[in-house]
Design a protein around this ligand. Sequence first.
Ligand SMILES: Nc1ncnc2c1ncn2[C@@H]1O[C@H](COP(=O)(O)OP(=O)(O)O)[C@@H](O)[C@H]1O
Ligand SMILES: [Mg+2]
Length: 158
Amino acid sequence: MKAKIKLDCQEDTISLGKIIGKLVKAHSLITLSGDLGAGKTTLTKGIGQGLGIKRVINSPTFTILKQYQGRLNLSHFDVYRLEGQDDELGFEEIFDSDDVCVVEWSQFIENILPHERLEIILNHEENGRTCIMHPIGQRYEELVKEIINENNCNGYIE
Ligand SMILES: Nc1ncnc2c1ncn2[C@@H]1O[C@H](COP(=O)(O)OP(=O)(O)O)[C@@H](O)[C@H]1O
Ligand SMILES: [Mg+2]
C-alpha cells in the first residue's frame, strides 16, 4: 500500500505534519527521505505541533539528535553525517522507547532501524512537493488510512 499527497506550499507540509502528530501513537518510527530542501525538517516541525510540542523544532544536522516533550516525546534525528558509521550509537534504546522517532536521511542507518515504520519520501517538484507514504506493518497501514481521511483535500491511496 502507498499513499500520495500533493504539498503545494510550506503550509501544506506543516498541516500534513500536524495531522501525523495528532494521530501517531507511542513507540512509532517515521523515516524521512528526499533531497536537501525537500521539506523533511518542515514536516517534522508540523509533527511536533501535532504532538503539542511548544519549543521550536530546528534541524538536528549538527547534533544528530534533538529531543522534545509533548503529548508524546519526540526524538528527531538527522543522520546525514553518520553515513556508513552506524555502530554503537545507542539509538536502539530510543527506537525501543515510547518516543515518536522521526529520522531524516534514514537510509544512512538502515542497518539499525526497526523494520516496521512509516516511510515518507518527499520529492522536490517545480511547484511544491509530493509526498509518498509507505507504511510497513499493520499499525502503520492503519495510521496512513487515518491520515488520508483527515487530510481530505489532497491525498489518495493506491
Ligand atoms: N510543500 C512545499 N512547497 C514549497 N516549499 C516548501 C514546501 N515544504 C517545505 N518547503 C520549503 O522548503 C525549504 C526546505 O525545507 P526543509 O524542511 O529544511 O528541507 P530538508 O529538511 O528536507 O532539507 C524550506 O524553506 C521550506 O519552507
Ligand atoms: Mg532537514
